[in-house]
Design a protein around this ligand. Structure first.
Ligand code: MN
Length: 427
């Protein structure tokens, strides 16, 4: 069983760092085959963190759909068409399977070797020392591609009278066999969610997999589960704070590098303790981690802030999508995006293009409205661009500024400050 630990889509530093550190903790606890992943592209800040501490970054994955290659039966042999038929039949008998896939000299799938198809040979008392290539093979009504999503081919295979499905790669090379029984088994992958618990915000494919643990500091919108799961939630400034506390509770001391990664997550989410989401627990955990890491939170924050100004490194459309979260509430579907940008003149110059990207998002994702909160963590303020539902816009408590944006003095948190205003504007 493979376990992925993954944060939300459009991952931020907290989401990636907490996945990395929790994987470390779970491995120490004896969990096997556990891997932290990043839902999509690794953002520049997180890339800097892994680089700075000299560790391999978590792997980016576009989705966690179970693919045909994940279901390949490990012990079903493949028959070479150049082998002697008698040897191949012996192998078939020893495998206990009803048929075996056959590949030619180039490794390509050529058919299935099955006793039923060979009956004519026995009736004719043929020489069993011939090659498999000269024997009659049965064709296969369902050849699978290794990258097929299991949910796309499951019902076809379950209805198919055969019990074996050969799997080929993009070049037609035979790489194994999937048994029909595999479709009745539980998926070979399970998930641990960090920094989110709403399936809609998670990596695509998550909806088909069992979630065995959640570590999070957001509102809870997780569906009731059939089995008990481990759920760690608290009102703190970052998920990394919770993971650090879990290390302490388990009597484990993170490595210098893991401590550094956790500090990066804490300072990124709390904006170095300036955000109103900051708690004493965040500060306590961070100073414990600083002692282990040997670097200050202040230093890590300033290095991370220097890494990127999103609007100078991305086009406005990508910048809008880089930290966008989707919500469905009271019959409205909307997106709240956030950007950290210390260059306000640069932001104001891009308002036209950002607005266009927001209009596109509304029509593409069928949204009622989109809000983009541009936060300057140095000044400690945000500005809001809003597009869509005029009634919601009118109900928001913010004053309009000289550039046509809504001014949000002292507002830094999408979750704690913007989302409640949006929810009450809808309601
Ligand atoms: Mn977070």
């Amino acid at each position: 069983m493979k376990t992925y630990i993954c944060g939300h889509r459009n991952p931020d530093t907290d989401s990636i760092a907490s996945a990395y550190a929790l994987a470390d903790l779970r491995r120490r606890g004896g969990m096997e085959n556990v891997e932290a992943i990043c839902a999509g592209r690794l953002p520049p800040k997180a890339k800097w963190v892994f680089n700075h501490f000299g560790i391999d970054p978590v792997k980016s994955k576009r989705d966690v759909y179970v693919r045909v290659k994940d279901l390949i039966a490990p012990d079903v042999p493949m028959v070479d068409s150049s082998s002697r038929l008698v040897d191949a039949l012996r192998e078939l008998e020893q495998s206990g399977e009803s048929s075996l896939p056959v590949r030619n000299g180039q490794g390509k799938f050529v058919g299935m070797l099955s006793p039923a198809k060979l009956l004519s040979l026995f009736i004719d008392k043929a020489d069993l020392t011939i090659d498999v290539a000269s024997a009659p093979l049965h064709a296969c009504s369902q050849i699978l591609s290794d990258t097929d999503k299991v949910h796309d081919i499951r019902s076809l295979c379950v209805r198919n009278p055969h019990n074996h499905f050969p799997v080929v790669d993009e070049n037609g090379i035979l790489i194994g066999t999937v048994l029909k029984s595999a479709f009745a088994e539980l998926p070979p992958v399970q998930m641990i969610l960090v920094d989110h618990n709403e399936i809609e915000q998670g990596i695509p494919g998550l909806e088909e997999l069992p979630v065995v643990e959640v570590v999070d500091h957001h509102r809870i919108a997780f569906a009731p589960t059939k089995e008990p799961i481990r759920y760690t939630a608290d009102i703190v400034g970052s998920t990394c704070t919770l993971v650090a506390r879990m290390f302490r509770a388990a009597g484990e001391r993170p490595t210098k590098e893991t401590a550094g990664v956790l500090i990066a997550g804490i300072v990124a989410d709390t904006l170095l303790f300036q955000s109103p989401t900051t708690t004493e627990v965040d500060k306590t955990m961070c100073s414990w981690l600083e002692k282990i890491c040997g670097e200050s939170a202040q230093y890590i924050m300033s290095e991370m802030l220097a890494v990127d100004s999103p609007l100078s490194s991305m086009d406005p459309k990508d910048a809008l999508a880089s930290d966008a979260k989707f919500y469905s509430e009271s019959g409205k579907r909307f997106m709240l995006a956030q950007l950290e940008e210390t260059k306000s003149a640069l932001f104001h110059g891009y308002i036209g293009e950002l607005t266009k990207a927001m209009e596109e998002a509304i029509s593409k994702d069928k949204l009622d409205f989109v809000a983009l909160m541009v936060t300057d963590p140095v000044r400690g303020d945000s500005e809001l661009l809003f597009k869509g539902d005029a009634a919601v816009l009118r109900a928001l408590p913010y004053r309009r500024g000289p550039h046509g944006t809504l001014l949000m003095p002292g507002v830094l948190s999408r979750k704690k400050q913007l989302l409640p205003e949006i929810l009450s504007a809808i309601g």
